[in-house]
Design a protein around this ligand. Structure first.
Ligand code: PLP
Length: 385
């Protein structure tokens, strides 16, 4: 089945709802049965059938089928947020006394989960850079049960060699989870490289319009069934049918949005690489990117998120540059239609406890505006640096 079939048709049994082309939003909490026998036989099949919407809901199930197919895994679960996807998958695979490994420059709340919260439940965590396979080899102990990856990382754009990490983890019977939000299922399918669980923040490209928060967990049927019957139902971090519907709508245009966004980003990155006021540009598909070869091997493309450092050593100039931008909104997140800027220096005064990001690093996200308009905006703002 090709990507357009998955996005346009998979999971949509249109005869079940009058041939409606767009699926209905099944805004219901519960589902009723014809007899006690019917109800009794279905209460133990909550994984397969709609019983109560904290488990299955038909609108959410359409999305679930599409996400599993896009990530080339057997099944998927849809959650209230990317963080709910991560915490559900992590708690489902760890117990007191276990050891876990996590990449240092992961998403900030993944860091909090591994650095602070897991400690309270008796799980030891090693943080590693993750850019070399030796980092993983050295960190593994007989108690290691889980490796948490994020490739590329969403600020520093660091890559992990997914095939090598997956092979190493299999030798030691360690479960691997990757946050694949950056690449989307279109540009990277970690399950094909041997990674066990793929999670997404659907708040980014999958929703695609900056109007919802949601997450996805993809894996084998066995793993998804295990998570469903424990953490997913017990923690209850589920998506509403309305938000699932919005993601279904967002998915319809995912391939065209990604194509446009990565072409625009390529142009902006080329402009920045040649600019005298720019020091380094970080984007996995930039020719100057240190792990360009690895990026080409494990990714089919790179999206609109990139970082760069300005040559200036003055924080005021970094701030001035960002303040002078007119097309790039000063905001967190990414993956929507609008271009964004997030200065690394903002993190210096916030509650974020991960201080690996240089003050002169600026993260940008290219949205769906014309590339020339965005380049011109950066050019005029650079005049103030
Ligand atoms: C946004 C983000 C998350 C968290 O997702 P939410 O949907 O905001 O909970 C996790 N990982 C990455 C890489 C993100 O960018």
């Amino acid at each position: 089945m090709d990507i357009s079939d998955i996005i346009n048709h998979l999971g949509e049994d249109r005869r079940d709802y009058y041939g409606a082309v767009a699926p209905p939003v099944m805004r219901t909490s519960n589902f009723c049965f014809a007899s006690v026998e019917d109800m009794r036989s279905n209460i133990n099949r909550e994984f397969e059938v709609p019983f109560y919407s904290r488990g299955n809901n038909p609108t959410v199930s359409i999305l679930r089928k599409k996400m599993a197919a896009l990530e080339k895994t057997e099944d998927a679960l849809i959650t209230a947020s990317g963080c709910a996807a991560i915490s559900t998958a992590v708690f489902g695979n760890l117990a007191a006394g276990d050891h876990a490994i996590c990449v240092t420059n992961c998403y900030s709340w993944t860091y909090t989960l591994f650095h602070d919260i897991l400690k309270k439940f008796g799980v030891n965590v090693s943080f590693i850079d993750g850019t070399r396979i030796e980092h993983f080899k050295n960190a593994i102990t007989p108690k290691t049960r889980l490796i948490m990856l994020e490739s590329p990382t969403s600020f520093m754009m660091e890559l992990q060699d997914l095939k090598a990490v997956a092979a190493l983890a299999k030798q030691h019977e360690i479960t691997t989870i990757i946050d694949n939000s950056y690449a989307t299922p279109l540009y990277q399918n970690p399950a094909e490289l041997g990674i066990d669980i793929v999670v997404h923040s659907a708040s980014k490209y999958l929703g695609g319009h900056s109007d919802l928060i949601a997450g996805v967990i993809c894996g084998t049927e066995k793993m998804i069934r295990k998570l469903f019957s424990q953490e997913y139902l017990a923690f209850g971090g589920i998506i509403t049918p309305d938000n699932a519907w919005l993601i279904l709508r967002g998915l319809r245009t995912l391939p065209v949005r990604m194509k446009q966004i990565s072409e625009t980003t390529q142009k902006i990155v080329c402009f920045l690489e040649d600019h005298p006021k720019i020091d380094k540009v970080l984007w996995p598909f930039a020719k100057s990117y240190p792990k360009y070869e690895l990026a080409r091997q494990q990714m089919k493309g790179a999206g609109g998120l990139f970082s760069f450092t300005l040559k200036t050593k003055e924080m005021e100039k970094v701030d001035m540059f960002c303040n002078k931008l007119r097309r790039f909104l000063l905001a967190c997140s990414w993956g929507g239609y609008e271009s964004l800027v997030f200065p690394g220096s903002v993190l210096y005064s916030s509650m974020n406890n991960n201080k690996a990001i240089p003050f002169n690093l600026i993260r940008m996200y290219a949205g769906l505006e014309e590339p020339a308009v965005l380049i011109q905006d950066i050019e005029q703002a650079l005049e103030y640096v």
